[in-house]
Design a protein around this ligand. Structure first.
Ligand code: NAD
Length: 471
């Protein structure tokens, strides 16, 4: 099938590459000429495991084209995927300007039947706006062509996007009941048939429900995280270990283990903006979502949890102190720095006078770019931020190491080496990666999220052991 992907970012590139990989002829469009130039040189501008190989393989097989040519893009695809960004507007609603610009381009150039797929995350009612934008351009041209707008939200996770796209849990497809809608449904059914061979994964529904499903899923996941984070903060107070609690509640099949990890808050390109957008929709319809309001404010506070623990330990004035930060991306296996908790942490440490040595396995370039913007009004603070090439270098001479992202490479570091590099053997762990007892036995002071009891119990045991040894 001939397909066009409008927007070659995290979602567009993965969608285009994976659909080319099963034999489709895919044309990827972007307005960013630099991005297209890089892709045409074989350079993939984002970090996503496995993506480079698939793009290379399909470019060589001439099933994958990258271009800024709008007219050629519209001419190419029987199916036009809109996969452009939907960032938050000032009032929190999803900014649809890129989606509607893409729609107008389709209307300006289409010459026959098109299936237009909203793959971007868009509020309920957007398919109708996309339809109107296309229809209005057709009217201006005095032409009439059949088309249908379907909602096919994307559920891939950055860091595992290729795997998620190739083996989806579900494919949500919202189509209209009219004649163009029925035709579009058949086209999409054929397109996704290879993904449904093992069992039917496509969930057919009306357009509004499909649009809503994406927001509902992200809101539900964000809620689990914020709820666990709130419980973790309470666990710290009452003397419980949130990791033990997580296992205790996760073993209930009605709850399950996934998405129950406490930490230093969620970030990324989706949860923060989708929570905001859903709240905005709810308010517009006079049905405010009170739980989501709490989810958002808990998350904002949680992004400060590491800085607070550092202040409790070292005092509010951090001048003269140095912290090694391990992990900058909002989660492992991506270079995406959008809304990453590390940004809040670093800004707070620098504002309190500390120096920061930051390390991330892949996100350093992107981190340099976004932190320069974050700190644009504080040039003096920027001079106290440096980026290093490995984890031990970040720890070297530091007062403590702070883990902000759970990259695999941080999961079992050489703690003896870490101790010898640090000025003080102290670890602040925003992702609860380590065993408090093991670190205590190694003589490392350990601060995690919701694990004060485990740390204290271990400290008490060590003190008893030391007293017994003396006696
Ligand atoms: N990133 C994720 O993990 C993820 C997962 C599921 C859904 N989504 C949703 O998918 C959408 C895209 O997200 P993303 O992370 O890929 O964004 P992105 O910012 O990485 O990519 C968007 C791309 O669209 C391009 N673009 C903008 N306007 C254009 C136009 N008129 N024509 C052609 N190209 C245009 C931009 O230059 C950019 O390269 C968003 O709505 C997002 O919420 C993202």
């Amino acid at each position: 099938m001939n397909l066009t992907i409008i927007g070659s970012g995290y979602v567009g590139l993965v969608t285009g590459a994976c659909l080319a990989d099963i034999g489709n002829d895919v044309f990827c469009l972007d307005v960013d000429a630099r991005k297209i130039e890089l892709l045409n040189q074989g350079v993939v501008p984002i970090h996503e495991p496995g993506l480079q190989e698939i793009i290379e393989r399909n470019r060589r097989a001439r099933r994958l084209t990258f271009s800024t040519d709008v007219e050629a893009a519209v001419a190419h695809g029987d199916v036009q995927f809109i996969a452009v960004g939907t960032p938050p507007d000032e009032d929190g609603s999803a900014d649809l300007q890129y989606v509607l610009a893409a729609a107008r381009n389709i209307g300006r150039h289409m010459k026959g039947f098109k299936v237009v797929v909203d793959k971007s995350t868009v509020p309920v009612g957007t398919a109708a706006l996309v339809h109107d934008a296309i229809a209005s351009e057709l009217r201006k041209r005095g032409e009439s062509h059949m088309f249908s707008v379907v909602s096919n939200p994307e559920f891939l996770k950055e860091g595992a996007a290729v795997e998620d796209f190739a083996r989806p849990d579900r494919i949500v497809l919202g189509c209209n009941d009219d004649v163009p809608g029925e035709r579009a449904r058949e086209v999409m059914k054929r397109l996704y048939a290879p993904f449904n061979r093992n069992h039917e994964r496509t969930l057919y529904m009306d357009v509004h429900s499909a649009e809503f499903t994406k927001y509902a899923a992200n809101a539900m996941l964000a809620t689990r995280i914020s709820f666990m984070n709130e419980l973790a903060n309470l666990a710290d107070r009452v003397g419980a270990d949130i990791e033990a609690v997580r296992r205790g509640v996760g073993s209930d099949p009605r709850i399950g283990y996934d998405f129950l990890y406490a930490g230093c808050g969620y970030g990324g390109s989706c949860f923060p903006k989708d929570v905001k957008a859903l709240m905005r929709t709810a308010e517009d319809f006079g049905e405010p979502l009170q739980i989501l309001r709490a989810v958002e404010s808990v998350n904002e506070a949680q992004k400060q949890v590491l800085a607070q623990k550092i202040v409790t330990r070292f005092g509010s004035d951090l001048a003269g102190r140095t912290f090694g930060v391990w992990g900058l991306a909002f989660k492992p296996n991506t270079d995406d720095m959008r809304e990453a908790p590390s940004r809040t942490l670093i800004a707070e440490l620098l504002a309190r006078g500390a120096s920061v040595k930051a390390y991330d396995p892949v996100a350093t370039d992107e981190a340099k770019r976004v932190l320069a913007l974050d700190l644009a009004r504080a040039p003096e603070q920027q001079t106290r931020l440096s980026f290093v090439h490995d984890a031990m270098e970040a720890a070297s001479g530091a007062d403590a190491v702070v883990v902000a992202t759970e990259w695999k490479v941080f999961k079992a570091p050489d703690f003896d080496a870490l101790k010898s590099h640090l000025k003080m053997p102290i670890v602040f762990d925003g992702r609860n990666l380590y065993d408090p007892h093991a670190l205590q036995e190694l003589g490392i002071e350990y601060h995690a999220v919701g694990r004060a009891s485990a740390t204290q119990a271990s400290r008490a045991r060590a003190e008893v052991a030391a007293t017994q040894a003396l006696a």
